[in-house]
Design a protein around this ligand. Structure first.
Ligand SMILES: *Cc1c(COP(=O)(O)O)cnc(C)c1O
Length: 368
């Protein structure tokens, strides 16, 4: 079971809002089912914490968010097929546009549907994926938007490639090139919302805030810099739990699970826990991760399988079948952070919460 603490998301939003420059609004990014937390729950909690806009990636995500929050401006950030452009326009979401060619397609579809497209022109200031890096092209696109009846220029934006790397000079270079472009687009359309910052940029440099910040990872209480959210005053919203199942006495030299990849060095008490890689607890955490049980931290021993994993309970003789096992989250004085699991796996915290599978029920936590 994954517990999701909506109050933590609300508090994290307030925290981010305090960091934002005056006149900067917070756009809560709830793509990928709210980074695994639940998009609607995440969006509602973020709006309660002062976010005034929402962003998603795909057209189906936009449709779902618009259905639940029809009055909140919602931006689809991702790459859209023609059918997806139709879906975004029909649900009234705003959309990114990266080239004159895309603008042609959007204008055609808007005319066909009798809709007006709310366009955010994307400038590629160095990410090298979406957006145009041509000043001439983006200014021509801005002019087109202000002339064509089916188009409205709602924003101009860019995305940072290395906001989380404080040793990289790329962030400042991107910021400088975007700032110049944004000012020119603004002179064509004074109401266009200028936006660039993700969570890391918000915490790193107030110059990047402009009119709006698009925050995802920090909303959920994850550290954008992959260390520890606590010094930033961010509270992790997701915790992942299971229960102790059967407990086995393993003699010295005895193995547990597939392989066996672990053998007992002494008489050991091993608990079988009904959660595995089918739930998103990655197999590469076998013999590496620790879990919290009985208020203590104990090692995962043996190979994690699809539906279960095994933990060494020898040091916690008071633990019994049915006791809560925390894979991610806290128990007593102990914490397991998504950042720690990510480090074991050579990945980032985003992938930890997104990786909790569909099989795991998300339960709203209500004790705060
Ligand atoms: C996902 C995403 C964000 C949010 O980034 P975080 O690092 O999670 O704050 C912002 N902008 C774009 C374009 C994104 O795709």
């Amino acid at each position: 079971m994954a517990e999701v603490d909506a109050a933590a998301i609300t508090a994290n939003c307030r925290r981010l809002n305090r960091a934002l420059g005056k006149g900067t609004v917070l756009c809560a990014v709830v793509k990928a089912d709210g980074y695994g937390h639940g998009a609607v729950l995440g969006a509602a909690a973020a709006l309660a914490g002062g976010a005034s806009r929402l962003a998603v990636s795909t057209a189906p995500e936009a449709g779902a968010i618009r259905a639940s929050f029809p009055r909140i401006p919602t931006l689809a950030l991702g790459i859209l097929s023609m059918a997806e452009v139709d879906q975004v326009l029909s649900c009234g979401a705003e959309l990114g546009c990266s080239s004159a060619e895309e603008l042609d397609l959007i204008e055609t579809r808007a005319r066909a549907l009798g809709a007006r497209a709310e366009i955010h022109l994307k400038f590629d200031s160095g990410m090298g994926r979406l957006g145009t890096s041509s000043t001439v092209e983006i200014l021509a696109m801005a002019s087109r938007c202000s002339e064509a009846p089916g188009l409205r220029l709602s924003g101009v934006w860019t995305h940072f490639a290395s906001a989380d790397d404080r040793h990289s000079g790329q962030f400042d270079a991107q910021l400088d090139s975007f700032e110049a472009i944004a000012r020119e687009v603004r002179s064509i359309s004074p109401t266009a919302v200028i936006h660039a910052a993700n969570s890391a940029a918000v915490l790193r440099d107030v110059r990047s805030h402009f009119d709006m910040a698009r925050c995802g990872v920090a909303l959920y209480g994850l550290d954008p810099f992959q260390s520890d959210p606590r010094p930033w005053d961010l509270v992790p919203a997701m915790s992942l739990h299971s229960r102790v199942g059967p407990i086995r006495e393993i003699r010295p030299g005895g193995g547990v699970g597939y392989g066996p990849s672990w053998r007992a060095g002494r008489w050991s008490r091993v608990g079988v826990v009904p959660i595995g890689y089918g739930d998103g607890v990655r197999r590469a955490l076998s013999n590496v991760a620790r879990v919290l049980v009985g208020g203590e931290s104990v090692p995962v021993v043996g190979t994690i399988s699809m539906d279960s994993l095994t933990v060494d309970l020898t040091s916690v003789p008071w633990v019994a079948r049915g006791d809560r096992v925390t894979i991610l989250g806290d128990q007593g004085a102990h914490r397991v952070l998504a950042e720690e699991l990510a480090r074991h796996l050579g990945t980032i915290n985003y992938e930890i919460t997104c990786g909790v599978s569909k099989r795991v029920p998300r339960i709203a936590r209500r004790d705060r």
